[in-house]
Write a protein that binds this ligand. Structure first.
Ligand code: ADP
Ligand code: MG
Length: 355
């Protein structure tokens, strides 16, 4: 008999070893009101050079997940368990020094509001150049050249002049481009973009997303794109994970999840967004109710207070048993409905609404 050892970081589905592997990640905050379970037993993989979209309503744990990857949580009231492996390196429990070395260099972040990330007191060029200098030991003039090169890459006009501007001299869209230039200056393997276009108007939004995609192709960056907008996911990502109350409720390729969604929450999200291609006069139906308290989660499926399909599940399982995300690989959902039931409901009730 031969037993073959799985290579380090092998995916649950038996695929090749993955670039980023998150396993059973939980993030809990101690607060005066109790313990907030912001992320609960979350697992996912990201392949090098690809984009994973993470979607979910506000408060579903998207930012907390990604701040855990970047090692940016305050250790005083935060408990993080599970494993986050980036290129084989374990990040849970890594020292501040190790994480400092990785941030900006191997992994970096694009924030929703560049004004919180950019200092108003220093020129754009200085801020981009400093990140480069810190990680590469380049000289001041090399860093300035690199800043100009990056501003050119992200489509800032007259980069040689603009490099000496302050953030307030840039428009919102240009600031976001500068932010992207700063996060990519060391050619990181992983970029986490947290709602990068939410603050921008629709036309600029599309330009920024296209820019990110182009740069990804050119530089081979893997991207985690956090958004509450499934349209953004459709435009940018290959894979998508839908989060609800700190857990993944559906996961798969963008094609599978957006064309044949299987979780009642994803149905709600899709029904609540204006159709990308379908009729425009169909009324929007937002997911009824509100997200649960993360201190006192409902027993069973955390989505049960908002679900329209519980009566079809026998034995009251929805209020007593937590549905696991299954299968392990491929298109997966965490719901007690059978695959046949999900398919019937989707075809009869959901698809006609989506157009
Ligand atoms: P989103 O999906 O909108 O990005 P977050 O990941 O920011 O949501 O937040 C998930 C939950 O964790 C929210 O209920 C939020 O209030 C809570 N939370 C985030 N950070 C903290 C913290 N430092 N202390 C306590 N609760 C927090
Ligand atoms: Mg957030």
């Amino acid at each position: 008999m031969t037993t073959q050892a799985k290579p380090e970081g092998a995916t649950a589905s038996g695929g090749s070893s993955s670039f980023l592997s998150v396993r059973d990640l939980s993030v809990r905050f101690s607060t005066e009101d109790g313990v907030v379970r912001a992320v609960d037993n979350l697992s996912f993989e990201l392949e090098a050079g690809t984009t994973l979209g993470i979607v979910g309503e506000s408060g579903s744990g998207k930012s907390v997940t990604n701040l855990a990857i970047l090692g940016l949580h305050n250790p005083v009231n935060t408990e993080i368990t599970g494993s986050i492996k980036l290129q084989g390196q374990e990040l849970v429990g890594a020292t501040n020094r190790e994480l400092e070395k990785l941030r900006g260099h191997t992994m970096s972040m694009i924030f929703q509001d560049p004004l919180t990330a950019l200092s108003p007191f220093h020129t754009i060029g200085k801020q981009i150049g400093e990140t480069f200098q810190k990680h590469t030991g380049a000289s001041k003039s090399e860093a300035r050249d690199r800043a100009i090169e990056m501003l050119t890459k992200v489509g800032i006009p007259q980069p040689k002049t603009r490099v000496d501007n302050y953030p307030h001299q840039f428009s919102g869209g240009m600031r976001q481009r500068a932010m992207i230039a700063m996060s990519l200056v060391c050619n990181p393997a992983l970029v986490i973009a947290d709602e990068p276009t939410t603050a921008l108007d629709v036309t600029v939004q599309a330009q920024i997303l296209d820019l990110l995609k182009d740069l990804q192709q050119e530089m081979g960056t893997a991207i985690i794109l956090i958004t509450h907008d499934l349209g953004v996911v459709a435009r940018t990502a290959q894979n998508v994970m839908v989060m609800y109350a700190g857990r993944a409720v559906e996961r798969g390729t963008v094609r599978e999840v957006l064309k044949k969604p299987q979780h009642p929450y994803t149905w709600g999200l899709l029904s609540s967004m204006p159709s990308l291609s379908g009729p425009v006069d169909v009324p929007l139906t937002p997911v009824r109710g509100t997200p649960p308290s993360l201190i006192n989660l409902p027993t069973g499926c955390p989505f049960n207070p908002r679900c329209d399909h519980m009566e079809q599940v026998v034995g009251g399982k929805c209020t007593s048993e937590r549905p696991p995300l299954s299968p392990q690989g491929g298109h997966a959902t965490a719901c007690h409905l059978s695959s046949g039931q999900k398919q019937d409901i989707f075809i009869d009730q959901i698809q006609p609404r989506l157009g």
